[in-house]
Design a protein around this ligand. Sequence first.
Ligand code: BV8
Ligand code: ZN
Length: 242
Amino acid sequence: MDTLRIDKDTRLLVLTGAGVSAESGIPTFRGGNGLWENHPVEQVASPEGFRRDASRVWRFYSQRRAGAAPCEPNPGHLAMAEWERKLGDRFLLATQNVDGLHRVAGNQRMVELHGNLFTTRCSRCTREPFEDRLAYPDGTVPLCGECGGMLRPHIVWFGEVLDERNLLRVGEFLERKDTRLVFLAVGTSGAVYPAAGFVQAARERRGETWLVNADPADNTLLFHHFVRGRSGEVLPALVTID
Ligand code: BV8
Ligand code: ZN
């Protein structure tokens, strides 16, 4: 298998998707027993779906909270935490995952592009999003203690814009001139934008691009290197850091 070399003049941007949590027991979205199979995505992961049936949305997210709560980071997560320890500010992780496992594994230089499963916010007032590990039974819709509005998962749904600060952080990392860029996408089908567009942005900055994925992704052809395999097995051996 090829190895991805990181020397003193190199910075590493990593993008992860649901595939890196599959080996921790968290179902992915679009493969086999995908999450979206029994939940049409627009009904459970869109503002319209929430307006139409907030109870169904809370059943979906409560089920995912309960499913993800006992899960542990796998060797793929741990490898990425190790890279951050060795690279410091020459490392940034952008994750599409909402399960929080990268933080449990030890990553801190990271942005959660699509939000976090264990954080709740009010759909009406501007109170701060807060940690909430509750799985609301039988589709109860929790209400805000301050304004009485419906609470919602702090997740970016389809048709909703991503947090500008997160995109800025990725953009600044891509724009740096002090080191050469390596971009590594892991466990993502490359189907959802703007994350699926990062590889193109990396190529426009003459970045070396790698994909580690169990199957070809929608944008595989945009990667200079494609290592087919399970992230928990591939990542620990893939990267050597000088
Ligand atoms: C936005 C929250 C501005 C839900 C999610 C047409 C063209 C371009 C863009 C659009 C378009 N039409 C609409 C859009 C915009 C839309 C979009 O991209 N749609 C797609 C479907 C075409 N994007 C948006 O709406 C974004 N907002 O752009 O705002 C705007 C506004 C209005 C209109 C236009 C633009 C918001 C995107 C965020 C949506 N929210 N999640 C939730 O998580 O509960 S996205 C959802 O998909 C998840 O967050 C997930 O992270 C994400 C991506 O999925 P993956 O992580 O890749 O997971 P997947 O299952 O697909 O793939 C797993 C892969 O792992 C597989 O390839 C498998 O082979 C591999 N694998 C499995 N096991 C392993 C493995 N690999 C390695 N090891 C293993 N063991
Ligand atoms: Zn409120």
